[in-house]
Design a protein around this ligand. Sequence first.
Ligand code: GRG
Length: 304
Amino acid sequence: MTEQLWPPGTDFATAIAETAKLTDEVIASLIPIPPDLEARVFEAMRYAALAPGKRLRPFLVLASAQLFSVARRSALQVASAIELVHAYSLVHDDLPAMDNSDLRRGRPTCHKAFDDATAVLAGDGLLTMAFEVLAHRDTHGDPAVRCELVASLAQAAGGQGMVGGQMIDLLAEKRTDLDIGAITRLQRLKTGALIAFACEGGAILGKAPQELRLALRGYAHDLGLAFQIADDLLDVEGSAGVTGKPVGQDAAAGKATFVSILGVERARAQASVLVRQAVAHLEPFESRADLLRQAARFVIDRQA
Ligand code: GRG
């Protein structure tokens, strides 16, 4: 089906607000609270997955799916799956064994609102649910497409992607010898891989030709790095009241980041270069990719 999510000319703020509403509706319906003893883990899963975040990854799925006239229902399934994985990663990242954070998305972190063991289980529940969603018939009528989505998300989230990046990140706190190449690789794995899946998800659903997939991969690569540099800058220049999470943590931990290596001004300039490069990859889509162009600018202008 070719139902358009957003008519031409829709602006980014409208589209991402609508993404949040639609994705949250799907996620809420995926996580009902059962009237049984295990209800607590479902409460923690809802708490984490429905907390107010930007929903940038779901937006990227919907905007890329729109390029290939993908059915709205299919795109929303993939958008929800990626947000479940993202929410799990935040829950586990905040645990005492990792970042030990008390604040996330302007609220107490999941392990503070519940307890450590429940937060571990909630993260596990969200991660596994994401694959159940992708494997569901509602996601795509063609089982080969569902398999490709499952395999691609597993790669992006696992040891060759986010989990691998998180491992390097934890080791990086104890090392001062990481150069810009090592930091770039770390971030490509930790945040870039999931962002890349978000951008390619729509292309997989739309059975897009290889050259268009490559264009989206190029966009995602540059966008992911720009996003991370912006995140590092917010850790230095942002405020917890606006970001909804503690700031100054990287410097306090003596962590090597884009900003600690390049300095604030060069890091900002590099992020702008990356956004220009990201936008250049979208040329084959002409004006149909305008929302993705706006997203690239949002990523470095954001305050949270
Ligand atoms: C625990 C396996 C595992 C991985 C954790 C994503 C991650 C890896 C850790 C999050 C820590 C962090 C601050 C990473 C920097 C970039 C990032 C992912 C920020 C949070 O994403 P946003 O800004 O958050 O999209 P919202 O709340 O808006 O969804």
